[in-house]
Design a protein around this ligand. Structure first.
Ligand code: ATP
Length: 256
């Protein structure tokens, strides 16, 4: 099981959107476990899952009150979800109190290695024990970044946090790529704000930069209708996820 965490230490950077469309793409050919590590539970809702009050979620799995498999819901043949709801907020203190928070998710999903080909992990935007455990579980990190000043600041903070955790061996994850999010164009011209953000990103991360996700209502429409961009008739907008998948396969071949 290859574990990919979508991380960005600022809100609205496209983590859940990228987690969703990457999971949809990979699940065409392989079983994918999606794990919602954000108490805002956007990924859970984008996947159309309503957590019932009595249903176990990631919270109960982290606290060890249920087995990991009891916290996994089958959404279709190849898509599975360990959901979140706002109660997950209470896991932050729990993870801190154990002193083992950073490695907890990694340890919990280890027995699922043979069941799924991929785990797609959606991290929360705050620098807490939840984002640390999401980084700690990953083989690869993908960082979506809004093409704005706020996005660039978030990229710097996110990479610094990752590097700090890596230095103290809290994660062995490698960066798979940085995805510019909400890249705005007017006609055939990119807006100045998007251009200067992308120039900054290019300079800051070099060839780790992936193709951008255009500012477009079509992504929201596909999310709301629970269909793929291809099914919506806008397959070209899925290009960044195609490139992400090829880069992942390249990295896997290199590491073999
Ligand atoms: P949070 O940190 O709050 O969990 P996030 O980083 O997961 O946010 P998303 O939920 O993926 O960010 O996206 C933020 C918002 O942008 C959502 O309302 C989403 O529907 C919208 N959105 C997604 N794709 C696009 C796009 N290409 N253009 C414009 N808006 C988009």
């Amino acid at each position: 099981m290859i574990k990919i965490t979508f991380l960005s230490l600022s809100g609205g950077q496209g983590k859940s959107t990228c987690s969703l469309f990457t999971a949809k793409r990979l699940s065409k050919n392989s079983p994918v476990l999606t794990i919602d590590v954000d108490p805002q539970a956007s990924l859970t809702s984008y996947l159309g899952h309503n957590v019932q009050p009595t249903e176990p979620t990631l919270l109960e799995v982290l606290k060890g009150t249920v087995d990991p498999t009891d916290g996994i819901y089958t959404l279709n043949d190849n898509t599975f979800l360990m959901p979140a709801d706002d109660g997950l907020e209470t896991a932050i203190e729990y993870l801190a109190s154990t002193g083992l928070g950073v490695s907890m998710l990694k340890t919990i999903i280890e027995p699922l290695e043979e069941t799924f080909s991929y785990a797609i992990i959606d991290a929360p935007p705050q620098k807490t024990q939840l984002s640390r455990t999401a980084m700690g579980a990953a083989d690869y990190l993908v960082i979506p970044v809004e093409t704005s000043v706020k996005g660039c600041a978030s990229l710097v903070r996110t990479l610094e946090t990752y590097q700090e955790l890596k230095r103290w061996k809290g994660t062995t994850a490698e960066i798979l790529g940085i995805i510019p999010f909400r890249d705005k164009w007017v006609g055939s011209y990119r807006t100045k704000e998007s251009q200067s953000a992308i120039d900054f990103m290019e300079e800051y991360v070099g060839d780790q930069l992936l193709p951008s996700i255009r500012e477009s209502e079509k992504y929201k429409q596909a999310i709301n209708q629970r269909i793929t961009l291809e099914e919506l008739g806008y397959g070209d907008l899925a290009y960044p996820f195609e490139v992400l998948e090829s880069r992942l396969l390249e990295c896997l071949n290199q590491n073999q």
